[in-house]
Design a protein around this ligand. Structure first.
Ligand code: CMP
Length: 224
């Protein structure tokens, strides 16, 4: 696929005319990032907007003690790096490719040009930013109001709903994240997550099936 066809796969740009997407395609650069490559670091100056063609990008904040808080996992069709371009502040978080990923990038000037010229794209962008703020509010309430057990369960439910698929029987199956990854989303230790997953399995609320975790009936009722 060329840049133009790749841009068509980004929902944000679905409203663009063929002509506009062709000219934007000429401005976009395409690059592959091997697994575990940092796209940019928190606090850096940033001049590029990124779209994910393929792969997965972790948006994360590193504490002074080296602990990591995962804000979000983004996948194909998602974008990131818009904030530094919209408010002229440094990067608000670090972005890391957790799988080999292919990204398209647009320079600040071209990004500002496309949103300035296309009110429909600005509206679509605001819609996504609102959804991210809602999700962040949900995360704040989870962290502030639930005990660690509830937080682990809630994060598992969020991951399942965001990344998983519904099986015919209504259960949700999703990629088996590492215990460390779940811990980094919750803000707890890996050992705590391992213990709690065992406990949830013992209660019959989750089942590990190969490379997936399957939430059993009752899980959503208990932790929603
Ligand atoms: P920017 O601040 O330029 O660089 C970090 C990027 O991570 C940011 O733009 C957003 O695209 C993305 N980001 C920051 N916080 C969140 C969040 N809570 N949820 C999803 N994406 C985020």
């Amino acid at each position: 696929m060329d840049e133009k066809e790749l841009l068509r796969t980004v929902p944000l740009f679905s409203e663009l005319s063929d002509e506009d997407i062709t000219s934007l395609g000429r401005l976009a650069s395409r690059r592959r990032y091997p697994k575990d490559t940092v796209v940019f670091f928190e606090n850096e100056e940033g001049d590029f907007f990124f779209m994910i063609v393929e792969g997965r990008i972790k948006v994360t904040i590193l504490g002074d003690d080296g602990r990591e808080i995962i804000l979000s996992m983004l996948g194909a069709g998602d974008f990131f790096g818009e904030m530094a371009l919209l408010d002229n502040e440094p990067r608000s978080a670090t972005a890391i490719a957790v799988e080999e990923s292919e990204l398209l990038s647009l320079h600040r000037t071209d990004f500002q040009g496309v949103i300035g010229d296309n009110p429909a794209i600005s509206a679509a962008l605001i819609k996504v930013l609102s959804a991210r703020l809602r999700r962040a509010n949900h995360q704040i309430s989870t962290l502030a109001l639930l005990d660690v057990y509830g937080r682990v369960a809630r994060v598992i439910l969020d991951m399942a709903r965001e990344e998983g698929r519904r099986l015919k029987d209504g259960r949700i199956a999703f990629r088996r994240a590492t215990d460390q990854e779940i811990a980094n989303r919750v803000g707890t230790t890996r050992e705590t997550v391992t213990r709690m997953l065992k406990d949830l399995e013992r209660q019959g609320l989750v089942r590990v099936e190969g490379r997936e975790i399957v939430l059993q009936p009752g899980f959503e009722r208990s932790f929603d």
